[in-house]
Structure formats: C-alpha cells, structure tokens
Design a binder for this molecule. Sequence first.
Ligand SMILES: Cc1cc2nc3c(=O)[nH]c(=O)nc-3n(C[C@H](O)[C@H](O)[C@H](O)COP(=O)(O)OP(=O)(O)OC[C@H]3O[C@@H](n4cnc5c(N)ncnc54)[C@H](O)[C@@H]3O)c2cc1C
Length: 428
Amino acid sequence: MTRATATTWSNWAGNVRANPRQIARPADEGELGDVIRGGDRPIRMIGSGHSFTPLVASEGTIVDLGGFSGLRAHDTERMTATIGAGTPLGQLTQLLHAVGQGLPNMGDIDRQTVGGALGTATHGSGLGLGAYHTQLLTVRLVDGRGEIREFSADAQPEMIQAVGVNLGAFGALTEVTFQNMPSYRLRRRRHALAVADMLENFDSLMRSHRSAEFFVIPFSSHALHLSYDMTEAPVSAHPPEQDEDGLKTLKMLRTTLKRLPWLRRKLIGSALAKIKPEDFVDVWFGAYVSERRTRFNEMEYHLPFEVGAKALREILSMMERDFPEVYFPLEVRSVMADETWLSPFYKRATCSIAVHHDAAEDPTAFFNAVEPIFRKYDGRPHWGKMHSLTARDFAALYPRFKDAMELRREIDPDGRFISPYLARILDV
Ligand SMILES: Cc1cc2nc3c(=O)[nH]c(=O)nc-3n(C[C@H](O)[C@H](O)[C@H](O)COP(=O)(O)OP(=O)(O)OC[C@H]3O[C@@H](n4cnc5c(N)ncnc54)[C@H](O)[C@@H]3O)c2cc1C
C-alpha cells in the first residue's frame, strides 16, 4: 500500500479543499479493510475528484481506489463485464471495445472512475437510457467493519437498488459487473436553433433520437441541439472540437459588451445562426466524450420530464434579467426512470438542467437564484453538483430514503464513512 501523509487535496473545480492526515492507496481488499478499520476517520473514498460537492473531503483518510482497476472477466454471449471499481471510464471504454462490448450511454467526459460515477448517479442523455447504475448486475464492497460483501441482481435485486447510488457511504466498492451491449457506432449531429423553436418542440427534439441534448447559449436566443443515433455507416472524419474556443469567445463578448447587452445578443445570435451543422459517425465513446479544460462550477437538478421546458424558460428569463456575467451554456438532458433508491431518476422520467459558472468567479448569487426554481418544480439535485439541501429535504424527495439510511447504518454501524458533509445530507 502507498500512503501520502498530511497533504492538501482539492477537487477538479478547485472549490473543495481538505487537509487529510493521509491519502491511502490500498493494493487489495485486505489492505482496504485495514485502512477502513484503522485509518483516521472519516474514511472517504475518492474516484478522480470530479464532484463539485464535498463528498470526498476528509480531514482523516482519503482512500484512492486506483489499485482496483481493469477488466477482471467478461462474457461475450451475455455482454457482461466485471471491472475494478477504480477503473477510469476512459480506460474502461478501451477495455470494453477491445472485447466487442459497449456502454449503452455516457456523459460528457470519461475522466470519472466507475466507483465515482456510481457514487453520484452520473448520467448521459436519452429518455430510453438509464444512468450508469442501471447497468449494475453485481457489486462487491468492503463495509465499515472492513468485511467483504457481495450482492447480485439475480439473488438480491433490492440490495443492488439500495447500494447502486452510494455517495461513498455504503462501503468501498472494489468490483462491479455491468450489463453492456455489443460495441456500436453512433451518428452524431449538431445544429443551432432558436430557443423559441427549441422550447416549442422540446418533447419531439428529445424523443425522436436515441439520445439528444441541448446546450443553451445565454444572451443569444439560440441553442445547439445534439443528437446521437445508432448506425451501421462507417466511421467518418471527426470535426475538430470547438467547445473551448467557443467558450473563450462567449467570455470575451460577456466582458467587453457588459454595457451593450443588445449587441452581445446580436453578435452571438448571428454567429450561431451561421454555424455549419455537424454530422459524423464514430464508435460510441468517440461520439459521446468531450474535453473540458476550462474550469467551472456547476449546479444540476433533475426534474420531472414534463416540466423541463417550463422550468428552463423561467431560468433563462431570470438569468438574462439578473446575471449578465454568466456566459457558460446551460446543458439540458433527459434520463430514463429507474428503481435505485437514491437515484435522482427514481421512478420518474427526468429532464436534467445544468447551469455553470466560471470557476474563477463566485457562483453563489447565481446558484442561489436558480435553485428555488429547480425546487419549485420538485427537482432532485445531482449528488455530485452544487446544491444547498440537507437530509430533511432528501427524506421528502426520496421515497426510499429511510430504508436506505437503515441499510447504511447496518453496513457502517460505527459511522466510519461519515464526514461532516455526509452528516448534513444523510440521516446518520
Ligand atoms: C468536467 C466535468 C464533467 C462532468 N460531466 C458529467 C456528466 O456528463 N454527467 C453527470 O452526471 N455528471 C457529470 N459530472 C459529475 C461527475 O460525473 C460526478 O461528480 C462523478 O461522481 C465524478 O466521478 P469521480 O470518479 O471523480 O468521483 P469523485 O468525485 O472522486 O467521488 C464521487 C463519490 O463517489 C464515491 N466513490 C468514488 N469511488 C468509490 C468507490 N470505489 N467506492 C465507494 N465510493 C466511491 C466518493 O466517495 C464520492 O462520494 C461532471 C463533472 C465534471 C468536473
């Protein structure tokens, strides 16, 4: 096992910092059990630190599960794969593709680990596609007493639903089995459209593709619609990514045209209207995954699908009235309903709306203004993105919250995984 002592840790966005006594990197489940039993508490597992909430922060022990990575087994007929929970998604995509398998869906990036993605219900878009945890067939973890436990969807489906979204509070995941599908190619198309048209045709634009999403560009009256559909067509040239250049331009126009909002709108709007539609074919992960270099803070809420367009309209008008400093696009996606107890998609088809704020600037006022709109529409926050909710709110939002808390106490009776932040959001 490697250990770094008394060090400073911060997350990807830089908004969460901690000074853990140690960062431990156990090599196997025996060493992991020793860390959980004997390490300074709270014991907090880390994936790749891409969450915006202080889920990983600990003044005691941070456990890096990078030693639990790789493809352990796969079944070509059933399209299943057993993988180390510390495997980064970017490595997983390659490992699966090499054995003819594909993940049914992905989010924007592939920097997260499997355990981290499961920890916060990480998702992509598509009303017929679930978040990563809906692929779970087995979960192997080390509990709060350092003991190994294994659950399978065949033998204990309720346990998979209970620990599928776990916030690093239901043990340290070491290995999981995913239900995958045969590797596939996607046709990705992108075009600009007027926000008014997007809102009017919101349902059909979301529903008429296997997966679709919008990036709404503030102060432009325009959005980009991205769609992803399966195809047998051969891979074609991948146009260069322009997201980072686009962000730089949006920031520059925001800064220079602060006092001329009408000109800002005109310039961005006419540039977007001229954007050439994009259309290419790639293997699944090549179509889903983007680079995100500019650091930002993010708040994302998951709303009942049917109120998504209405809530979005309200957020846009509030933002354009009160927050001219915002220049990051809003990301709007859909997610299939599922049965996982702490999944924000629990028993409801979802419209997810994400707002972003430059990491170098204070997002508090903007996020404080957006959150009541999300709450009004019965939104559940992404567990890994900024929000102000507490255990009491979650008890009202999640029908199985109480059951989940009872099971959590059974898995971790001494509360070794409980940090001050976890004590705020869970009933411990
Ligand atoms: C640039 C960027 C893009 C993003 N895009 C998306 C997106 O498209 N869709 C989306 O839904 N989210 C997105 N996110 C959010 C991100 O997917 C989640 O916050 C995710 O949890 C981060 O994974 P991670 O490996 O960094 O985990 P961390 O942030 O390190 O940890 C997250 C949680 O998982 C727990 N954990 C990690 N590993 C284990 C383990 N082995 N056992 C038990 N618990 C564990 C941690 O304790 C913590 O509670 C994005 C974030 C960023 C910064």
